[in-house]
Design a protein around this ligand. Structure first.
Ligand code: FAD
Ligand code: FES
Length: 268
C-alpha cells in the first residue's frame, strides 16, 4: 500500500556529469519497498511542474530505514530535484508498481542494465545475494552505456558479485558493443553448460535494448522480466496515461508494471 510522506534527505551527491544519488529516510517506504518498484517524487514546492516524476528504488536499506534513488537530469523536474539540500524534505508517494519476482526455484540470475537502467538492478542484486538460498545462487551482472562516463554502479555491483561485465557502444570501457551483445555472448559461452530453465534475465534500460534482450530470451528459452519505462502521470493506475499493449490487452505500466514478463510485451 503506497503512502504519501515528506521524507528527509540524508545524502544528496553528484555522481556523474548529470547524475545524482539521493538518500531519503522513511521507515514505512524502506520496509515495504521491493526491487523494481518506484516512488513518485514531487520535484518542487509549487504546482510547477504539476506532475510527480517516477524514480526507481536504487537501494533499499530496511535496517537504516532509508532508500536511495539514482537519477539523471533530463528536464525540468529532475533539474529542480538537484536544488534540494541535505536536511530538507521531499514529498514522496510510494512504494508504487509491481517489482521483480525472484522465483526461489531459479538459481542463475542475469541482470542486464543499459544506461540509467542499472538503477533498479542494484536493489535486486542485493536482495538476491541476501536471500536464504544465497549459496545456491549464481548472480551475473551485465552493464552497458554509450561511453565510460555513463557507466554507473559497477563498483557497487562488484560488492555483490565478482561476475560483472561491462560494454560501451564506443568501446571507451569494457567490451565494444551493446549490452545485448554481451548477453548473447554470455548465454552462448558461460551458460552453455547450464540448464537454462534455472535462469532468469532481469532487464532495464532504453526500449530498443529491452526489445533486443526480450528477443534473445525468447530465442534461448530463458525467462525474462523487463522493467518498462513509460511517461507517467498519476503513477497509481488511475489515469491510464501509461497504458501499454500486452498479450493480455492494455496494461498500466505504473500498476501492473513497471516489471512485466517479456513474453507479455507487444513491442510495436
Ligand atoms: C517506473 C519508472 C522508473 C524510473 N526510474 C528512473 C530512475 O531510477 N532514474 C532516472 O534517472 N530516471 C528514471 N525514470 C525516468 C524519469 O522518470 C524521467 O527521466 C523523469 O520523469 C524526467 O522528468 P523531467 O521533468 O526531468 O524531464 P521532462 O522535461 O519531463 O522530460 C525530458 C525528456 O525525458 C523524456 N522522459 C520523461 N519521462 C520519461 C519516461 N518516463 N520514460 C522515458 N523518457 C522520459 C521526455 O520524453 C523528454 O525527452 C523512471 C521512469 C519510470 C516510468
Ligand atoms: S500513470 Fe496513471 S495509470 Fe499509470
Amino acid at each position: 500500500m503506497p503512502i504519501q510522506e515528506k521524507c528527509r534527505i540524508l545524502e544528496h551527491q553528484k555522481v556523474g556529469p548529470h547524475h545524482y544519488k539521493l538518500t531519503l529516510v522513511s521507515q514505512y517506504i524502506s520496509s515495504h519497498a521491493q526491487p523494481g518498484q518506484f516512488v513518485n517524487v514531487k520535484c518542487s514546492e509549487s504546482f510547477d511542474p504539476l506532475l510527480r516524476r517516477p524514480i526507481s528504488f536504487h537501494r533499499i536499506n530496511t535496517q537504516h530505514r532509508t532508500f536511495e534513488l539514482l537519477y539523471e537530469v533530463v528536464g525540468r523536474g529532475s533539474e529542480l530535484l538537484t536544488k534540494y539540500f541535505v536536511g530538507e524534505e521531499l514529498d514522496i508517494l510510494g512504494p508504487l508498481g509491481t517489482g521483480f519476482n525472484i522465483d526461489p526455484e531459479k538459481r542463475i540470475h542475469i541482470l542486464v542494465g543499459g544506461g540509467m537502467g542499472i538503477a533498479p538492478l542494484l536493489a535486486l542484486g542485493e536482495q538476491i545475494q541476501n536471500s536464504k538460498v544465497k549459496s545456491q545462487n549464481a548472480l551475473y551482472v551485465l552493464i552497458g552505456a554509450n561511453n565510460k562516463e555513463h557507466i554507473f554502479g559497477e563498483e557497487e555491483f562488484r560488492k555483490v558479485t565478482d561476475q560483472v561485465q561491462v560494454a560501451t557502444d564506443d568501446g571507451s570501457y569494457g567490451k565494444k558493443g551493446f549490452v545485448s551483445d554481451l548477453l548473447l555472448n554470455f548465454i552462448e559461452t558461460e551458460l552453455r553448460t547450464h540448464n537454462s530453465e534455472l535462469a532468469t534475465i532481469y532487464a532495464c534500460g532504453p526500449r530498443p535494448m529491452l526489445k533486443a534482450v526480450a528477443e534473445i530470451a525468447q530465442q534461448k528459452k530463458i525467462d525474462c522480466q523487463i522493467s518498462m519505462e513509460e511517461r507517467m502521470a498519476c503513477g497509481i493506475g488511475a489515469c491510464k496515461g501509461c497504458a501499454t499493449k500486452t498479450a493480455g490487452g492494455y496494461r498500466t505500466v505504473c500498476k501492473h508494471g513497471p516489471v512485466l514478463d517479456a513474453k507479455e510485451i507487444i513491442w510495436n
